[in-house]
Design a protein around this ligand. Structure first.
Ligand SMILES: [Zn+2]
Length: 367
């Protein structure tokens, strides 16, 4: 294992902020898998899983069981790790500008097309990867948060596999990924025991996983004659809810990631035979249940339950009048995530259901 640190633009004089990068296997040669944890810094299950994964990868490396390079960034957002207000940790949004740490990643395909003036040559994938890397290297970064996004993209943009480990508020394991990559997502879903796999070709607002994989889709569209493959499989993995932190779960998830890396040829041996627990569904069919007014949230259903259209999901209780508003889902499917607090402001998203009957448009992810 090689350990390196990347210094980010300092938030203020006297302060340093750095990313730890761990490299396993054949560094800089052959295929590359990139895994990072807790880009939303308050998503702790991902960080513990990354540490268990580090231990497993060290053992496998010692035994000569790794093929290609595996890069692990065990805490991908050191800026967000220090954001506390009145004792509460806030890791989702950068407090200095309000921007979500996992939105607004630069889309590099246009810059790549401009670089490819002399064509793609024989090594189509290698040429595009070099152009993507150059485009990531050239990204402007004035703030620590912009620098963080640029550095993470630089580490991941030439990888064959990108896995971005997050968690939700109160949830079962679920994955996000590109529609044409459903079969690889299914393999990962089976290993992790995921209960929902949400597919889109563009989810809106450019999260990290899509910044790595979608340039290949864009390039296919922009250069239809060039036979460009989808050379980067990328996914966001939500490792349950924010309080689902135990060594047992982290070890189980780390072993599941090793199993997936076996299916992809990065680790020797055969992955355990596991059947996927769910069929992928369109992200556009995911139904957010939102509070129509402020009040106390009383849930009728738990994360992980199957629900039918019309089922009662939660009540909103008005503490002024005692009036109860029961919120029902429009679509059947798996209730895969709930909020973790029990007070709703008007418009708050209380729960999400992976269904198939809706066809939402616009920005499909939570803000
Ligand atoms: Zn997240």
């Amino acid at each position: 294992m090689q350990t390196e640190y990347i210094d980010l633009i300092a938030p203020a004089p006297g302060q340093t902020c750095r990313l730890q990068v761990l490299r396993f296997g054949a560094v800089g040669a052959g295929r590359k898998a990139y895994i990072q944890a807790a880009l939303h810094a308050d998503e702790v299950p991902a960080m513990l899983t990354a540490l268990h994964l580090k231990t497993l990868l060290q053992e496998l490396e010692t035994q000569g069981q790794l093929f290609g390079e595996i890069v692990l960034v065990p805490y991908a957002n050191p800026l967000g790790l220090s954001q506390h207000i009145h004792g509460q940790h806030h890791g989702r949004f950068n407090l200095s500008d309000g921007i979500n740490f996992n939105r607004g990643f630069p889309e590099l395909s246009q810059a790549v097309v401009q670089q490819l003036t002399s064509g793609l040559g024989k090594d189509v994938v290698g040429t595009i990867r070099a152009a993507l890397q150059a485009a990531a290297d050239a990204l402007p970064a004035l703030t620590s948060a912009q620098d963080l996004k640029r550095r993470l993209l630089q580490l991941a943009i030439d990888a064959d596999i990108v896995i971005d480990l997050h968690c939700d508020s109160d949830a079962v394991v679920h994955l996000y990924g590109l529609t044409p990559q459903a079969s690889q997502l299914n393999q990962l879903s089976a290993q992790l025991g995921a209960r929902a796999v949400l597919l889109a070709t563009e989810s809106g607002d450019s999260p990290f996983d899509e910044a790595c994989s979608r340039p290949w889709l864009d390039m296919q569209r922009l250069m239809p004659e060039a036979n460009i493959p989808l050379a980067c499989f990328s996914t966001t993995v939500e490792l349950r809810g924010e309080a689902d932190v135990s060594h047992a779960l982290a070890h189980q998830d780390a072993q599941a990631l090793i199993g997936f890396l076996q299916t992809q040829g990065f680790v020797a041996g055969t992955a355990p035979e596991k059947k996927a627990l769910c069929e992928p569904t369109p992200l556009s069919g995911s139904e957010p249940i939102a509070a129509p007014s402020a009040g106390v949230i009383v849930f009728h259903r738990q994360s992980g339950e199957a629900v039918q259209a019309g089922d009662a999901i939660a009540d909103i209780v008005d503490p002024d009048t005692g009036a109860i508003t029961t919120l029902r889902c429009a679509s059947g499917g798996v209730l895969y995530a709930r909020c973790s607090t029990r007070w709703a402001h008007a418009g708050k998203r209380l729960a999400k259901i992976a269904g198939t009957s809706l066809a939402r448009t616009g920005k499909l992810l939570s803000p």
